[in-house]
Design a protein around this ligand. Structure first.
Ligand SMILES: Nc1nc2c(ncn2[C@@H]2O[C@H](COP(=O)(O)OP(=O)(O)O)[C@@H](O)[C@H]2O)c(=O)[nH]1
Ligand SMILES: [Mg+2]
Ligand SMILES: [Zn+2]
Length: 393
């Protein structure tokens, strides 16, 4: 089935950006991402495109990742028949350049309405945009069988991890919904959900079971019709199974989780956008081992608004809320207003922000940044080839 631009969520926001572009460029949405190629939707059929070579030039781009279109992005492409008229500065990647009729070339990425980014400590704060232009992000976690191995339990519902996701989702302007999957495995799943709702005020928390199709309608009811939804969460939590349940067919491969070590076979290897019969757009992603925050300021820690507010009453402006005298946050913990665990997570996030702030100036040094980025990119790919299962950067 060929999806039109409107089916894919084209809106005024993007239409308004068209004026700034060369008339020969055609808008399309990225619906799949491969190593250095992207699948385009909204054209006559699905097309595999490459990125214009100049977009890799670090002198012209503020950060390498900003040159990278990601799934959900709207891009402007030049179709092959225009090859003769293209200016020399707009040369596509080498293999596309040699042919008279190559693949479409992505010349421009539209300003994003929303995004979900992470940065990786392993990559020294290098940002990666996981999905773009999503209205809602389903943050998926899963219940584990009561008698499951310790490592399985560890990978199951983890409030701190969920808070990190919530912060990142809100920071990119999308709406988070926490989806606790595999409710069939946990008789007291509602108790866990209630505790999470109490902790993460104002955030929707749903328990569902993708395999037994429990609460799938409620899940759909949390989003606007025709909207774009990204699914994130660790491998094996059931993201692809949820996608299949909402699509009404097994489009995404899922994998049996090996209960012994909680590691599935990670059949979802790249990000891809699907359209459900009712018109929702779903972006499935591979699991993510690491989820550091990208571009967050303390004010952005919306999941901790109440603690931040309380912290204004601390005696010392740089209070770490541990055992400083006159700490209003610790006082609130003693009164049972916040859990110690949440405060610790809050402190942890602030530490991360501080560390990032210190590392930032070095990252921006241009020439050196290009080399080190290339190296990191190579090692990330080598890691993937070496059987690395989750996206590890
Ligand atoms: N018991 C149970 N198992 C589920 C449920 N949803 C998914 N699974 C199983 O969990 C495993 C991993 O699912 P998958 O969708 O591949 O996870 P993903 O890595 O997050 O995409 C598969 O064996 C699924 O059948 C559920 O609601 N209940
Ligand atoms: Mg999957
Ligand atoms: Zn304090």
């Amino acid at each position: 089935m060929t999806l039109s631009r409107n089916d894919l969520g084209w809106s005024e926001y993007f239409e308004a950006q068209l004026d700034e572009l060369d008339d020969a460029l055609i808008p399309a949405r990225i619906i799949g991402q491969h190593r250095r190629e992207w699948d385009l939707g909204g054209l006559d059929g699905v097309e595999r495109a490459v990125l214009a070579g100049r977009r890799w030039d670090p002198e012209k781009e503020a950060a390498p990742d900003e040159a990278q279109p990601t799934v959900g992005d709207w891009v402007a492409v030049r179709l092959p028949q225009d090859h003769g008229t293209r200016s020399p500065t707009a040369a596509p990647l080498q293999h596309a350049q040699a042919k008279p009729t190559g693949p479409p070339v992505i010349e421009h990425v539209f300003r994003r309405r929303t995004f979900l980014q992470r940065s990786s400590m392993a990559r020294r704060g290098q940002r990666q945009t996981i999905v773009a232009n999503v209205d809602t992000v389903f943050i998926v976690a899963a219940f584990a069988r009561e008698d499951s191995h310790e490592s399985v339990a560890k990978r199951s519902i983890h409030p701190r991890r969920l808070e990190r996701y919530v912060t990142a989702v809100r920071n990119g302007g999308a709406q988070p919904v926490i989806v606790l999957n595999k409710s069939d495995l946990a008789p007291d799943c509602e108790k866990t959900a209630a505790a999470l709702r109490e902790r993460l005020k104002n955030i929707k928390v749903l328990t569902v079971s993708a395999t037994s199709h429990h609460a799938m309608d409620e899940l759909v009811a949390t989003v606007r019709p025709q909207s774009t939804i990204g699914l994130v969460g660790l491998s094996g939590v059931g993201k692809s199974t949820i996608v299949n349940a909402l699509l009404g067919s097994d489009v995404q491969k899922t994998s049996a989780t090996r209960e012994s070590d909680a590691r599935g076979r990670h059949t979802t290897t790249h990000r891809e956008l699907f359209s459900t019969p009712s018109g929702l757009l779903l972006i499935d992603t591979p699991g993510m081992r690491e989820f550091a925050l990208a571009d967050v300021t303390p004010e952005d820690l919306l999941a901790f608004e109440d603690i931040a507010e309380q912290a204004q009453h601390c005696k010392f402006r740089n209070c770490r809320h541990q055992n400083e005298p006159g700490c209003a946050v610790q006082a609130a913990v003693l009164q049972g207003l916040f859990s110690e665990d949440r405060v610790e997570n809050y402190r942890h996030l602030l530490d991360e922000l501080e560390k990032k702030a210190k590392a930032e100036p070095r990252k921006r040094t241009q020439g050196a940044a290009k080399k080190s980025w290339n190296r990191k990119n190579r090692s990330a790919r080598a890691h993937q080839r070496g059987g690395g299962d989750e996206e590890d950067w």
